[in-house]
Design a protein around this ligand. Structure first.
Ligand code: TRP
Ligand code: SF4
Length: 400
């Protein structure tokens, strides 16, 4: 139940570009082989800022999922779903809102930043203020402990940890916890129980974090424990209450510096992107017309790769030999810019080839995509429902 689990979400922005691929998707594709992964379309999150111009969220969501699949996210490895199709996220958001201090939300840095940045829009809304709490619910509802995000999102993960801690503190206490916990320890069997006790002592008396990790691992291995026992055993390691919600850690995505065609960060709002499913002619044209070192006016002028966005592409796509060839050739006017761009064109096209092929398969068979989404939503929902049963119980809402 508390084994390693990865969860991440993306707002539906329509077609993805190579910046998304190098910055996010490649990491997801790696993670899907290492952990159970849940990846979802954060469609409600899109409405927190775009409430006045929702556009076609359904189409954007579907397009985005096709891009994930095209990039190599594998629906047999990872669970792909849509947030609003798992309405339990909203229920958890509501229940958590009861115990969330307003000040915590107002202090989340994106709150004021985004309001200032998007000043043309009225973001003094209830939904926008609560957006980090919705994100917390997205994570906590799956008891996901690893959340791959960029560094702008780290405060949201920290906020999520605080919410989990507060929740466990408020609702994880039960009369006679210590006695019950000791009963739960017995259920581990004598050998494991002893190991558990030792690790717990090491952690509580010496603050030994490895002991804590080992104890978590030990509990993960035990199969036939009830939820109650498990929550108590996790909670007993660290304090005096059940651990109902799990504090997640950010899995910081190594910053990928995928440049845009103009050398700025690749971003739809700068109009400097190459989309994942861009056709070959358009890729060629975009790269051929890319700005180069502005000092290099004539073919005979020497250039400086450091002042040229094409060089940034070589950094991403080229091996040492090609990079050396560019450095020498550019600085000595030994190569022309079109010549220099060719290996980049080749590399981008080669990278896209398998993506285009997979995309074609999904474009031609929309039912396939629908099935993948329906399947993923169902799987996610089961997990979410399990957590919600315990959350309701803990908050006194057990009507069964
Ligand atoms: N807030 C994230 C973004 O804007 C998207 C997101 C929503 C998310 N819920 C999440 C990311 C949960 C990770 C985990 O990019
Ligand atoms: Fe840029 Fe290459 Fe031209 Fe040098 S040769 S200016 S690196 S495109």
């Amino acid at each position: 139940m508390y084994a390693e689990k990865v969860l991440s979400g993306m707002r539906p922005t329509g077609r993805l570009h190579l910046g998304h691929y190098h910055g996010v998707l490649r990491n997801w594709i790696k993670l899907q082989h290492e952990y159970p992964c849940l990846f979802f379309v954060a469609d409600w999150h899109a409405l927190t800022t775009a409430y006045d111009e929702p556009g076609n969220i359904t189409a954007s969501a579907r397009d985005m999922i096709i891009d994930w699949l095209a990039a190599g996210v594998d629906p047999t490895q990872a669970t792909l779903f849509i947030q609003s199709k798992v309405p339990e996220h909203a229920e958890l958001h509501l229940l958590l809102s009861m115990m969330t201090p307003l000040g915590w939300l107002e202090r989340v840095p994106t709150y004021k930043d985004q309001q200032e940045k998007l000043e043309s829009k009225d973001l003094s809304t209830y939904g926008f203020l609560g957006y980090p709490l919705l994100q917390a619910a997205d994570i906590l509802i799956y008891r996901a402990n690893r959340v791959p995000v960029g560094d702008d999102q780290v405060p949201h993960i920290e906020f999520t940890r605080e919410i989990a801690r507060r929740f466990n503190h408020l609702y994880g206490r039960e009369p006679g916890f210590e006695d019950k916990a000791r009963e739960s320890v017995k259920k581990l069997g004598s050998k494991r129980a002893k190991l558990y006790e030792n690790l717990r002592t090491l952690h509580q008396e010496k603050g030994d974090e490895t002991a804590l990790d080992n104890a978590h691992e030990l509990l993960d291995e035990v199969q036939n424990l009830s939820h109650g026992d498990r929550e108590r055993l996790f909670g007993y390691l660290e304090g005096s209450g059940k651990m109902i919600l799990v504090e997640p850690d950010a899995l910081l995505t190594e910053a990928s510096r995928m440049p845009g065609l103009d050398g700025q960060k690749m971003s739809k709002s700068y109009g400097n992107t190459i989309t994942l499913r861009e056709d070959a002619d358009s890729v060629k044209k975009k790269i051929r017309t890319m700005q180069t070192d502005p000092q290099r006016v004539r073919r005979t002028d020497a250039g400086d790769p450091d002042k040229c966005p094409v060089w940034q592409f070589h950094v991403v796509y080229s091996g040492e030999d090609v990079k050396q060839w560019v450095q020498t050739g550019c600085r000595s006017a030994g190569i022309g810019c079109l010549e220099c761009k060719q290996p980049v064109i080749d590399a981008v096209l080669k990278e896209q080839e398998p993506m285009l092929e997979r995309a074609r398969m999904y474009e031609e068979d929309p039912q396939l995509v629908r099935n993948i989404i329906a399947d993923g939503c169902e799987k996610a929902r089961k997990q979410a429902q399990e957590t919600m049963r315990e959350v309701r119980d803990a908050m006194g809402l057990d009507y069964s």
